[in-house]
Design a protein around this ligand. Structure first.
Ligand code: ATP
Length: 266
């Protein structure tokens, strides 16, 4: 696969801003893990977050769907504006935020239920669909989008955990899609997968970009380079550099970015 061959980086400079953070700071107790992060993430693009271990990539990602709210010691200051509205405003329902913004984790984590129920559980709970034909339709559409339908259509009532690791991760992507989000967050979604499953998911992400805004944390710089339109380099809680992926990997402006990309640390 060609390094820096991301097809989406051309001609999308005028894309609409989907997510914008303003002076975003996050504290775990006394520890300031994010420092004045300001970034504008574009709609229907893939944005990769890279940087050394502990620099705050996952913390930042979790700010985008208010997942950090679940941690007692966390204090967040600043704004995360999605579709023009700060998701930390008092009148915003955090459960509704998490519904609009799907998340896929490092380890595939299907529920201990059937493939079918993995996809219908949350939509039924949120009353997005009714049992029966609507659920059947949702299951087929979500699995089609996640590129898994042909592999599982004859065993929808088998446990999700009976699938291979790569299939389980695509089931988790289908589950994220089933709640009709418009943003999908992915935290190292392929790091537990073999190279073939990784390629399948990378290809799938290119297709999903048509319909969703995707933000992905990855340790794999070649992956960021292959799949993303924009890349953000984080270091010790700061956003050091954010640019078109091709520019960031070939002509990084900041010394810290150069050191990381050229392997001088991290
Ligand atoms: N639940 C938590 N409680 C306290 N501190 C935390 C918590 N989660 C993360 N941290 C700290 O916040 C900082 C950023 O962590 P984070 O996991 O966001 O980094 P990361 O860049 O995603 O790292 P990695 O690449 O290793 O996953 C680190 O110093 C980490 O120890």
């Amino acid at each position: 696969m060609k390094l820096n061959g991301n097809p989406g980086s051309n001609g999308q400079n005028g894309a609409v801003t989907k997510i914008e953070t303003q002076k975003l700071n996050l504290y775990y107790g006394e520890h300031r893990a994010l420092k004045d992060i300001e970034i504008a993430i574009k709609e229907n693009q893939i944005t990769a977050l890279i940087g050394p271990s502990g620099c705050g990539k996952s913390t930042f990602l979790r700010c985008l769907n208010r997942m950090n709210d679940l941690i007692d010691s966390v204090q967040i200051k600043g704004q995360v504006v999605i579709d023009g509205k700060n998701i930390y405003d008092k009148d915003v329902d955090e459960v509704a935020v998490r519904r609009r913004i799907g998340m896929v984790f490092q380890q595939p984590n299907p529920f201990p239920k059937s493939i079918y129920e993995n996809l219908t559980y949350a939509p039924l709970k949120h009353k997005l669909v009714k049992k029966g034909a609507e659920c059947d339709d949702l299951v087929e559409r979500s699995l089609q989008k996640a590129g898994l339908w042909n592999e599982v259509k004859d065993k929808l009532h088998s446990p999700g955990t009976s699938l291979s690791g790569g299939q389980q991760q695509r089931l988790c992507i289908a589950r994220a899609i089933a709640i009709s989000p418009n943003v999908i967050l992915m935290d190292e979604p392929t790091s537990a997968l073999d190279p073939i499953s990784t390629t399948t998911i990378e290809t799938l992400m290119q297709e999903l970009r048509e319909d969703y805004t995707i933000v992905i944390v990855t340790h794999n710089m070649q992956q960021a380079s292959r799949i993303s339109d924009k890349t953000a380099y984080f270091h010790m809680g700061e956003l050091v550099e954010f640019d078109d992926t091709e520019t960031l990997f070939t002509q990084p402006e900041k010394q810290l970015t150069q050191d990381y990309i050229y392997g001088r640390f991290g």
